[in-house]
Structures are given as structure tokens and as C-alpha cells.
Design a protein around this ligand. Sequence first.
Ligand code: CP
Length: 318
Amino acid sequence: MDRNPQLNKNGELQHLLSIEGLPREVIERVLATADSFVGVTEREVKKVPLLRGKSVFNLFFEPSTRTRTTFEIAAKRLSADVINLNIAASSQSKGESLLDTIANLSAMQADIYVVRHASSGAPFLIARHVKPHEHVINAGDGRHAHPTQGLLDLYTLRHYKKDFTQLTVAIVGDVLHSRVARSLIHGLTTLGTPEVRVIGPQTLMPSGVEALGVHVYRDMREGLKGCDAVVMLRLQNERMRGALLPSAQEFFKHFGLTADKLALAKPDVIVMHPGPMNRGVEIDSSVADGPHSVILPQVTFGIAVRMAVMSMVGGASA
Ligand code: CP
């Protein structure tokens, strides 16, 4: 059987490409390592020397606010040199291939590539071609995977709810196009979450999604009953082919998270969203900014989680 391409021969992270296939111990090690970095991010001097002398290249072929910025902050807090390649102004526009771009960055002594790409599988392709001392971190590929988002979602859930084996988690909205949903589902099932629900219209639900170990709900009110956490997803119009919904207003009526729908979940439910949010489409402002929302803490935890991932692939630890 082929070895997991993300792990080296000692079972340590070589690349982070997907949560699917990651052993439970590796996920738990990321979360535990992130714990130690939360302390660093709360210090007055928020820096440790773990990646001093290393070069991290941020390669974002798709737009990003949270992931790109928190990777940059995380790399700087680990004392790495960070290079943000401006893709629009790069030689991609002159027809240079992805692998030729990587080969040139390798010639500049890159150590870690953080890659977001519209094509599912692009970070896997890069990982197959880099040198043994170089590492690839998937920052979101097509609709396939967004592993650091999944890990920061797991970190947030563990922070507020402690025990994955006691949780009911609902993921709501455009599951079909969501790399965030796929990564979180794999993480939750690997960590033993007994009840993972996906809620959304049939047109936005992958066929056969039950095979991932989730329960499907078409009725949001039914699906929210008794939930410990609700994870809202954005309608990913940029990935939709044809009209999958009557209108955004109709979607909000049936699948938008409002205070009255949220009242069906447990009284101490937390509300999560990976961002960017579309208020009034998948979530009402009263909920996004309300007492159950942990949407902004998710962003903050993302720094410590990305520090953990980069330190682990880089062979350093806190
Ligand atoms: N959650 C997320 O991936 O957000 P960005 O697109 O802003 O990075």
C-alpha cells in the first residue's frame, strides 16, 4: 500500500494536504502544539525562533483575507522570512506553469509553500515534485480540502466544548462546493464525534455524502435540534455551474441562521463560520454578532493552529 504522502517514514507531518487520511494522533498533536502557541500569541513579544532562517512562500492563486494573513502572521511569529507572491503580477500571466514557478522558488531556497488554488489537487501535484526538505501546506484547493481551516475549526470546538465524543455538530448550507465542510467532517469523524449533520437543499448536497459518516437534513429546524455547534457555510457562487437556487432570499428563508432557528439548538450552542460571511444570505447579523457567535475567535485561533502546522512540517516544536 502507498505511504500517506503527507507523512514521512517516521509518521511525522511532511506536508499538510488534507485532513482525510491523517491519523488521529497527528490531528491531536496539531491541536496540542497549537495550545502552546496560544500562549505565545498572548505575550507582549509574540515571537519564537523555531523557523529562524527558513523561507515561507505564500502562493495564493485565489483571493483570501483570513488564511493568507494568518499564515503570514504565524510565519512571522515563528521568525521565518515570509514572501507573499503577487500572483496577478507574477509570470503566471505570461504562461509560466505552476511547476515551473515552484522550481524557480525552489532555486531561491524556499522551505515551505503555502498554496491556495482553484484546482482541486494542485497542492498534491506540487508536493510530488518538491525536494525532500521542502514542505507544502494546502491553504484551500478547489472544492476539495482546506485542512488548516478544518484544524482551526476543531481547535475552536475543543476550546469551547472540550470532548468531541459528546458532540452533535451541524454544518449548514452549500456543502456541495465546500472544502471547509469536507475537511471538518473528516476531522470530526476521525476524532470520534458521534453525530455530524449536514443541512441544506438537495441541489447543494453532494450525492452519497452519507458515506462520509454524516446524517443529511433538508429541514433546517429539524437538523438544528439539540446541536452543540452550528457551522454556517457561504454560498460559493464562484464554483456554481448553472442556477442551483431560486434566489438568495429564498435560501435565507429556509437555510439562513436566525435567532428563532438557533433557539432549537442547545442553550449553550456555539455558532461558527469560516468567513467570508454573507449577512442576510446564510446568517442574520443578530446571530453573527450575537452571544453564541465564536466567529472572530476562530480567526484568532487560526494563527496558533497555523504556527503549529508550520512548526511541525518544518521539524521544529515549541
Ligand atoms: N476561511 C477562509 O478561507 O477565508 P479566506 O478566504 O478569507 O482565507
